[in-house]
Design a binder for this molecule. Structure first.
Ligand code: NAP
Length: 285
């Protein structure tokens, strides 16, 4: 079998086109969805992610504001800023770009953001609501993955989804969203024994480890759907995923590439969440 490639960039573009129309309509009613991104320090990867978010905001018509602060910003200063943003009506989404410098407690910062403006979906209240099937902001990467599966009418119900990686931002929440879609979910992580056994059982395999070509085609089940979340910079400077694309594509029915896969969907779902927040704030949802 040779897999059909799910290009996240193409799906992202069509969703962004729809969002642009929606935002135009909102703007005509005087509602301007607003996203504030806080960037601390000058980590090049973070800067490039933030740039992508601003570009997407400009495209769909979300008013985005970037607040850049020096690496030595104190935790108190950052918490003070978040308090201000929490009360500002023009701000519907607050995103503090992670990772933060070591002297700032990341969890404290996540919890300081009002759940009403938590467009990253990382606040414990957002996570709890997601886990209990209540309306909330879903974390952007997992939500983007679900959209990618749905875009190809890939059946989730009754399928065995195996997730490699259990981070709070990708692995754990994507498992919860798949569970909500009635998949049977298995999580693998660094202490999992005989991982090949689980890979071989996966109808849907999600790989979010952060190690280049961690999974290859050897153990993948014929016809499996393979979603590669990893973004790894290799020696020649290019980006590659956690999955060895060529060997996996020989076995899979669907596969996502890196780049042009999950990455563009993450930013797109951030736009979705920001628009949703603006609608909620204005009583439209
Ligand atoms: P993370 O927080 O570093 O988590 C990595 C996970 O992989 C952990 O749960 C870890 O297990 C597991 N792991 C590490 N080594 C393993 C091994 N040898 N066997 C099995 N599991 C192993 O990473 P993350 O934030 O989830 O990100 C994962 C990858 O996705 C990264 O490449 C990141 O850049 C990428 N990413 C992409 C997007 C996007 O939009 N495309 C968004 C977010 C992240 P333990 O828990 O046991 O340590």
């Amino acid at each position: 079998m040779t897999a059909e490639v799910i290009y996240g960039n193409e799906l992202a573009q069509s969703l962004r086109d729809e969002m642009k129309e929606e935002v135009n309509e909102l703007r005509s009613k005087g509602i301007i969805p607003g996203l504030t991104v806080v960037l601390i320090g000058d980590d090049p990867a973070s800067k490039s992610y933030v740039k992508g978010k601003q570009k997407a905001s400009d495209y769909v018509g979300v008013a985005s504001e970037l607040i850049e602060l020096p690496a030595e910003t104190t935790q108190e200063e950052l918490l003070g800023l978040i308090d201000e943003l929490n009360t500002k009506d023009s701000v519907h989404g607050i995103l503090v770009q992670l990772p933060l410098p070591d002297h700032i407690d990341e969890q404290l910062v996540i919890e300081a953001i009002s759940p009403d403006k938590d467009v990253d979906g990382f606040h414990p209240i957002s996570i709890g609501r997601m886990m209990t099937g209540k309306d909330t902001f879903y974390p952007c990467t997992p939500y983007g993955i679900i959209k990618m599966l749905q875009s190809k009418q890939i059946e989730i119900e009754g399928k065995h989804a195996v997730i490699i990686g259990r981070s709070n931002i990708v692995g754990k929440p994507v498992g919860q969203l798949l569970l909500a879609e009635n998949a049977t979910v298995t999580y693998c992580h660094s202490r999992t024994k005989d991982m090949e056994k689980f890979i071989a059982m996966a109808d849907i395999l999600i790989v979010a480890v952060g190690k280049a070509h961690f999974v290859n085609g050897d153990h993948i089940k014929e016809g499996a759907v393979v979603i590669d979340v990893g973004v790894n910079r290799i020696e020649d400077g290019s980006l590659t995923g956690d999955v060895d694309f060529d060997s996996a594509a020989e076995k899979a029915s669907f596969i996502t590439p890196v780049p042009r896969g999950v990455g563009p969907m993450t930013i797109t779902m951030l736009m979705h969440n920001t628009i949703k927040s603006a609608k909620k704030a204005n009583g439209l949802l």
